[in-house]
Design a protein around this ligand. Structure first.
Ligand code: 5AD
Ligand code: SF4
Length: 473
């Protein structure tokens, strides 16, 4: 691995902008940590920076458009500051490769599986002013073993400073599911599960630094599978292993693919191990069996609902979240109504709704026509969110008068109803084990600690309350 800046590069300033999912946020944290280790300084704006890196997302066209518009802005800046180095990392780098390198503003293109090379690429670009690209050729055939990437995970050997007391830990990379709409298998490569001992070492180290909650990450985390000698580890084994780490109090994991495989074992872990949080992110994507088949999802709506029922039977009070795509090719009003009906039955805590966006290279894009008009997609999106909002409102109102334990994240970003003012008791935000957001007034010193909050008011996505005391779980 690259281990230091050559003469004269010290104190170069890097600004990193990040788009996309938790995986990307984690990659950004890794890249940031490795650049800092190599002697670069972080900057929170473009103006004072020598290097701008953009960690990109390809999951929908809109995410890519935002990056192109930012690149337009950077091209403009480079007219007066030609020495500014601009690097594109992440999924767009892998998807578009040389096409991105041809953009006037771009100097570096680095795919998500190549990020261990980022310091070298940046240093070379600064020294030689050459354009450089490193993406994984034939990513689906690329070797599952990538020791550089595995080593790189451990650069992140300090708690994420942005959310005190919390850390994200990848347990697997890539995806083998090939849902017909999704770009992920093509840009993140095949599923690779990390060795349990590496995960364990990393989490012990994070616990030693004061981390109380870890969120384990994987695109289809319940597919986790690692064989060492006679033993084959699944996600339930990993949950039990992490539960044994002193100092870690709460363990969450995202995202699960709806399948019976290992589901009971994972639910048993959730029911029996007190540190495993009762929260399940289980995207359904659609409630219509015809659409689910076209999406290459391997379950029917009935099977999906049965999984939710099993979850609720095994873990009473489990909170669930879902993802949906509306306006998938050939989705009729009837198909959409099947989705509405599934959402009503599922009673999620919250769900994320996306308008279908064809992604070049996916089966959906090659074989199916994007034939649902934009205004219909928009209408269905709004309608589904409204259905969910009512359910969220009903579920959140059950918390009225109850006292919940939250892990405090820090200052609330949005000002909500503010019953108290004063700089010593600003409005704070925290999350419960079941991932409900709670807002209350208290001292900022609580960030990174557990607190008890009595709920006095609720809205669909947020609980509001008063601090009861500041310790305990
Ligand atoms: N169009 C719209 N939404 C998509 N998602 C993935 N690919 C697409 C696409 N092409 C959504 C899915 C997934 C979430 C992360 O993004 O709902 O669960
Ligand atoms: Fe994409 Fe499907 Fe894999 Fe999720 S499971 S990352 S939606 S291909």
């Amino acid at each position: 691995m690259f281990d230091g800046l050559e003469n004269g590069q010290a104190m170069k300033k890097v600004h990193i902008k990040s788009f996309g999912c938790q995986m990307n946020k984690l990659d950004t944290a890794l890249v940031t940590a490795s650049l800092q280790k190599a002697g670069f300084t972080l900057s929170d704006n473009v103006d004072g920076s020598d290097i701008v890196l953009i960690n990109t997302c390809s999951v929908r066209e809109h995410a890519e458009e935002k990056v192109f518009s930012h690149l337009g802005f950077l091209r403009h800046i480079k007219e007066t500051r030609p020495n500014l180095i601009v690097g594109i990392i992440g999924c767009m780098a892998q998807r578009l490769g040389n096409e991105l390198l041809e953009h006037e503003a771009v100097d570096i293109v680095c795919g998500p599986n190549q990020i261990p090379a980022i310091c070298e690429l940046v240093t070379e670009a600064l020294e030689k002013k050459n354009k450089a690209i490193t993406v994984t050729e034939n990513i689906r055939q690329a070797s599952a073993q990538n020791p550089e990437l595995e080593d790189f995970e451990s650069v992140y050997d300090r708690a994420d400073k942005r959310i005190p007391g919390q850390a994200y830990v990848r347990v697997m990379r890539g995806c083998d599911k090939f849902c017909s709409y999704c770009i992920v298998p093509y840009v993140r490569g095949p599923e690779v599960s990390r060795p349990p001992e590496k995960i364990n070492e990393q989490i012990k180290r994070l616990a030693g630094e004061g981390v109380k909650q870890v969120t384990l990450l994987g695109q289809t985390i319940n597919s986790y599978k690692y064989t060492a000698g006679e033993k084959a580890y699944n996600l339930a084994d990993i949950l039990a292993m992490v539960s044994d780490v002193d100092g870690i109090e709460w363990i969450k994991f995202v995202t699960s693919y709806p399948t019976k495989k290992n589901f009971d074992k994972i639910l048993q872990a959730m029911a029996n191990l007190p540190k495993i949080c009762p929260y399940l992110h289980l995207p359904a994507q659609s409630g219509s069996d015809k659409i689910l088949r076209a999406m290459n999802r391997k379950y029917t709506s009935q099977e999906y609902l049965e999984l939710l029922e099993t979850a609720r039977d095994t873990v009473p009070g489990v909170a669930t979240a879902g993802d949906f795509i509306v306006g998938f090719p050939s989705e009729t009003q009837e198909d959409f109504e099947a989705t509405v009906s599934l959402v009503k039955k599922a009673r999620y805590k919250n769900c994320f709704v996306f308008k279908y966006s064809p992604r070049p290279g996916t089966i959906g894009d090659k074989k199916l026509q994007d034939n649902v008009p934009q205004d219909v997609k928009k209408k269905r999106n709004t309608e589904l969110l409204a259905v969910q909002e009512k359910i969220s409102d009903e579920l959140s109102s059950q918390f009225l008068g109850r006292t919940v334990t939250v892990l405090v994240e820090g200052l609330s970003k949005k000002p909500h109803i503010n019953t108290e003012t004063g700089i010593d008791r600003p409005q704070l935000v925290g999350r419960t084990a079941a991932d409900w957001i709670a807002v209350f007034n208290g001292p900022i010193s609580l960030a990174g600690h557990f607190a008890k909050v009595k709920i006095t008011q609720t809205s669909p996505l947020t609980l509001f309350g008063e601090l009861v005391n500041e310790v305990g779980r």
